[in-house]
Design a protein around this ligand. Structure first.
Ligand code: SF4
Length: 404
């Protein structure tokens, strides 16, 4: 158990603030909140983020703030994530009120935020705290996006998400649930009654690399929570990202023999090392440097790979090794090989090469006064970066509304 007071006392209050400036996607004022107490610490944290209890728990800190902490060169980086989460938890426990800075020029403005995940919630909060009327349109019957429909409960409790959202909604934000873009409303319709729109619908459509019976998408299963009965079943999960690891841990907890099949080595896995370690401890097995060839009649046919440096590629590429094919018994194959935006919805915008909504430096799309951020524009798939887009978009929207 880490003593947080002792941990805070290790902070050197570095003048060049690498944890904040180089490490944290949100540029949170880390040394300032470490050296503050109570209400002051909460005000400092909430000046840059509205998701401290969440980011403090699930961000890949070893790559971000903690990865930049100078203590990493001396002994161990500070546990910045835990400190941030503790301040967020204190805000929840004390029914903290997020500070506002109402601008009278903005109080008649009305902005629609489509998507109630981390990016949409952050944008909504940073707009509302300036006095703008905000309505969030969410396709599910609850807010949270991937925080509740992607990350399993054992990694992030639903209570923490709900309590975090409550502080945000206390800013006076209106919420319309069970409202899906393209089905229940359109961009043109929203434009008639809103001054600007922020789209943060994520990119949760599975990239399907194989079809067949007993083949599922991890994104869909984690979103809908409509799992097959995995009890005593052999389940293979294809992929090496956090979604693959989350899915494997969920299947394991449901009684499956879960195996992650990944074509590169553990070192190249996009998943966080901490999550991979936790999955191993849970009993999830790993078949690395292995490609799946097909899945038929409860047999998964695989082949081993070698990793080769190809020209113009900074990652090692997996290449099948002839003659190393093998089969294992398998009841279910779950694909976790990536995701993309819903094509039907994003097609009305100019798209970039990856099929994501294209935005300019102001996060504005090809449709005037419609902004977008988070996974739907192909931002690095982390909650902190999605949230950073939401905060930046709020600033850009405010600038535009004030100058119109
Ligand atoms: Fe404190 Fe580490 Fe940030 Fe320096 S880099 S201010 S020691 S948290």
């Amino acid at each position: 158990m880490i003593n947080l007071e002792l941990e805070k006392s290790r902070c050197l209050n570095c003048a060049h603030r690498p944890c904040s400036i180089e490490g944290c996607p949100l540029n949170n004022d880390i040394p300032d909140f470490i050296h503050a107490e109570g209400q002051n610490a909460m005000d400092i944290v909430y000046s840059k983020t509205v998701l401290p209890s969440i980011c403090g728990r699930i961000c890949p800190h070893y790559k971000q703030c903690q990865g930049s902490c100078v203590h990493g060169k001396i002994d161990n980086p500070l546990e910045i994530g835990m400190i941030e989460a503790s301040i967020g938890d204190e805000a929840i426990a004390t029914d903290y009120k997020i500070k506002t800075n109402i601008d009278n020029d903005l109080v008649e403005k009305h902005v629609a935020v489509i998507g109630g995940g981390p990016s949409g919630l952050t944008c909504a909060a940073f707009l509302a705290r300036r006095g703008i009327k905000v309505t969030i349109y969410e396709k599910h019957n609850e807010l949270g996006g991937l925080l509740v429909h992607g990350i399993p409960e054992f990694r992030l409790s639903k209570t923490t998400v709900e309590q975090t959202i409550k502080l945000i909604l206390d800013l006076g934000i209106e919420v319309k649930l069970n409202q899906e873009l393209g089905k229940d409303f359109t961009i043109d319709g929203l434009k008639l009654v809103h001054d600007a729109i922020y789209i943060a619908i994520g990119a949760n459509e599975p990239v399907i690399t194989m079809e067949g019976s007993n083949v599922y998408s991890a994104n869909v299963l984690l979103e809908d929570k409509n799992f097959p009965d995995f009890t005593n079943k052999k389940v293979a999960i294809s992929g090496g990202g956090n979604t693959a690891i989350d899915m494997a841990r969920v299947a394991k907890r449901m009684g499956a023999e879960a195996t992650v099949v990944y074509r590169r080595s553990e070192k190249q896995m996009p998943a966080e090392p901490r999550e991979v370690d936790d999955a191993s401890r849970d009993g999830v097995q790993f078949m690395l440097q292995t490609n799946i060839l097909n899945f038929e009649n409860n047999k998964l046919k695989c082949i081993k790979t070698e990793l080769i440096k190809l020209e113009d590629d900074d990652r090692l590429s997996p290449v099948n090794i002839d003659g190393t094919e093998f089969e294992i018994d398998c009841d279910y194959l779950i694909l976790a090989n990536g995701s993309c935006p819903n094509k039907k919805i994003v097609n009305e915008f100019d798209l970039n090469k990856g099929g994501y909504i294209s935005v300019n430096e102001n996060l504005e799309t090809s449709i005037e006064n419609v902004f977008a951020g988070g996974d739907v524009i192909g931002t690095k798939a982390t909650v902190a970066w999605a949230s950073r887009n939401g905060r930046d978009a709020a600033e850009k929207i405010i600038n535009k509304l004030k100058n119109n």
